[in-house]
Structures are given as structure tokens and as C-alpha cells.
Design a protein around this ligand. Structure first.
Ligand SMILES: NC(=O)c1ccc[n+]([C@@H]2O[C@H](COP(=O)([O-])OP(=O)(O)OC[C@H]3O[C@@H](n4cnc5c(N)ncnc54)[C@H](OP(=O)(O)O)[C@@H]3O)[C@@H](O)[C@H]2O)c1
Length: 311
């Protein structure tokens, strides 16, 4: 009996998200990690899935001899995404005939890093994924799938429109819920607005999501954050009233009351945060349009300073 050829999927970044997708994909696809810190032939790790069952996962590390995969998943933090793709420049840029068929799927939260990558690789289908899957790596190295969600996928450049369905199919091999969204940028804006209204407050107040509600620091600033984001989104052709954004921030903070945001976790672990791709993005984009965003600026500066005081 002939064995079916498995699709080859390269995951750049073996952190929580990378390990989560590798764990679910590695039986149906040939999966490799590309890392900046592991030189061994493979990465082994224990995993607890969303039902509480434990698994042992083993994923080989990419080496040049393996050549190009069928699909690339970029699963670093947003500030690292561009540099993480750089080692594959030659493969992606010179081999244009092949690279037009290789979807590069960006999983980063926030905005800004996606556009930089779209501009850098005009001949490559660049796709964004926005996921509500939740995962973290416990101090003992256990990868925990904290909560099942849905992953929306859509093309960011013209060449990606024909590859978005392929990306959905590759990601769907995981058995996780994956769907195509023809307005993925709209979804990224929406998520940015919510993250900008929750994440910096949880980091600065060092509290779970629900505890920001009613806190004076949050209550004095959330109106301003939402006004500034709403003004920017209106200017970018994505009109949404500030009051609607604020209601959404409050509803999600309440619904996820016990969750510890990724920004709070990053600060606690002394890691770089994604503030520059969230509130910092709002500041840069607003100022580029001649608008000001003083409350988002204040929060960006405060979170950056927090990292230095905790480092
Ligand atoms: N975790 C979640 O539940 C979740 C949910 C939704 C969205 N997201 C988004 O998904 C993205 C990844 O999040 P995460 O939680 O997986 O972050 P993470 O645990 O910090 O993992 C990021 C990984 O990227 C690696 N990396 C950084 N630069 C690299 C490079 N140049 N080459 C190869 N690997 C590199 C890091 O390696 P080192 O170990 O060397 O630093 C790290 O292992 C973020 O944008 C996040 O907002 C996460």
C-alpha cells in the first residue's frame, strides 16, 4: 500500500502557540520547528490538551537540506516576526515560482508587523490568522492548551487571496476549528481595539482581566483610549463608535475575568511585550494622519517603563 504524502509545515517560533499547533498538526502533517535558540535535531515536550489528557510531543528542527515547506506558520511575538522570517529570505525571494504557492501565515496579535512583512515579500502570499485558542508553557515546561477557540484566516495581499483556502486546509489538519475570513484586517482591527483597552491596564495594575473594571486608573482612561481608537478606525474606513468599543472592552474583561493577559504574563516573566503593536500602533498611525492619541501614548510609555523597572 502506498503511503499518502503528508504536507510539510514549518513553524517559526517554538513558544506556546508554536508548540500548540505543532502538537495538533504533527500526526497529519510533517511539521518542523524553526527556532533561534535550539540547535538540536528535535524538540520534545509534554502537553496537556483541552480535555486534560497528557501527550508527549516530538517535533524535528528545520535544517536547510529540507528545503521549502508547503506552508509556513510564523508564531513569534509581533516585534520578532520580521526578523524570524529573514533567514528564509533567500528561499522565499529567489525561488519566486515556488514561493508564490507557499502561504506564510502570521499569527501575531496587534498590528503593524503584518504590513511590514507584506511590503517586504511582495511575491509571497501573506496570510493573517486571528485565533482565540489559548496556550501557555508552565514553569515545568508543560505546554497547556488552556482553552479551545476558533482561528480565522484571511489573505493580506492580492496574491494571498488564492492561497487563503489552502492555508485553512493546512491548519485544519490539526482538528482545531479554522475558518476563512475575507475581511481579516477588520478582525485584526477589532482585536486590536479590545487588546488596547484591556492588556496595558492588566500589566500596569498587575491583575487579571476582570479586576481592571472599577479600578480608578482604568476608569479614568478607558474612555480616552476608546475615543482615540475609534477616531483612528473612522479615519481608516472602519467606523465604530467609541461607546461601542468601550462596551465591548467591558464585556470581554468581564467574560474573561480570571484570565491573565499575555501582556501581564510577559511583564511578570521579564519578556518584551507587544505594546508597540497595540497602543503604540494606535499612536503611530494616529500621528501619521495628523491625529493625536495622548492616552494611548501615556499607556505605551508606562508599559515600556514597567518592563525596565521589572527587568
Ligand atoms: N499564547 C496564546 O494563547 C496566544 C493566543 C492568541 C494569540 N497569540 C499570539 O501569538 C504570538 C505568539 O505568542 P506565544 O504565546 O506563542 O509567544 P511565546 O510563548 O513568547 O513564543 C514566541 C516564540 O518565538 C520565538 N522566536 C522569537 N524570535 C525568533 C526568531 N527570530 N526565530 C525563531 N523563533 C523566534 C521565541 O523563541 P525564544 O525562546 O528564543 O525567545 C519563542 O519561543 C503572539 O503574537 C501572541 O500575541 C498567542
Amino acid at each position: 500500500m502506498t503511503q499518502a504524502i503528508k504536507p510539510r509545515i514549518m513553524i517559526i517560533g517554538a513558544g506556546a502557540m508554536g508548540r500548540l499547533w505543532a502538537a495538533y498538526l504533527h500526526t497529519a502533517a510533517e511539521v518542523w520547528f524553526a527556532t533561534r535558540s535550539v540547535s538540536g535535531p528535535k524538540i520534545d515536550y509534554p502537553m496537556r490538551d483541552a480535555t486534560g489528557s497528557r501527550h508527549s510531543i516530538s517535533v524535528p528542527v528545520w535544517v536547510r537540506e529540507r528545503g521549502l515547506p508547503d506552508c509556513i506558520l510564523v508564531m513569534t511575538k509581533a516585534p520578532d516576526a520580521e526578523a524570524a522570517l529573514a533567514p528564509f529570505d533567500a528561499l522565499l525571494s529567489t525561488n519566486t515560482l515556488l514561493s508564490t504557492d507557499i502561504p506564510v501565515v502570521l499569527f501575531q496579535n496587534g498590528m503593524g508587523s503584518q504590513r511590514t512583512i507584506v511590503e517586504r515579500y511582495p511575491g509571497v502570499p501573506i496570510i493573517a490568522a486571528s485565533t482565540t485558542e489559548g496556550a501557555y508553557i508552565a514553569p515545568d515546561g508543560l505546554l497547556v492548551h488552556a482553552g479551545k477557540g476558533i482561528t480565522w484566516v484571511g489573505g493580506l495581499n492580492a496574491i494571498a487571496q488564492s492561497q487563503a483556502e489552502a492555508a485553512v486546509n493546512y491548519l485544519g489538519l490539526s482538528g482545531l476549528t479554522v475558518a476563512q475570513d475575507n475581511d481579516i484586517e477588520g478582525r485584526l482591527w477589532q482585536k486590536l481595539a479590545i487588546n488596547a483597552g484591556i492588556n496595558p491596564f492588566t500589566a500596569l495594575l498587575d491583575c487579571p482581566n476582570g479586576e481592571i473594571l472599577g479600578n480608578g486608573y482604568f476608569e479614568q482612561r478607558i474612555g480616552g483610549v476608546c475615543e482615540e481608537v475609534s477616531t483612528l478606525m473612522n479615519a481608516r474606513g472602519r467606523p465604530i463608535p467609541a461607546a461601542t468599543l468601550e462596551a465591548q472592552v467591558r464585556e470581554i474583561a468581564n467574560r474573561t475575568a480570571t484570565n491573565s493577559s499575555s501582556m501581564r504574563q510577559d511583564i511578570r516573566a521579564g519578556r518584551q511585550t507587544e505594546i508597540d503593536m497595540m497602543n503604540g500602533f494606535v499612536v503611530r498611525e494616529s500621528e501619521a494622519l495628523g491625529l493625536s492619541a495622548p492616552v494611548n501614548r501615556e499607556l505605551t510609555t508606562a508599559v515600556r517603563a514597567l518592563r525596565h523597572t521589572k527587568a
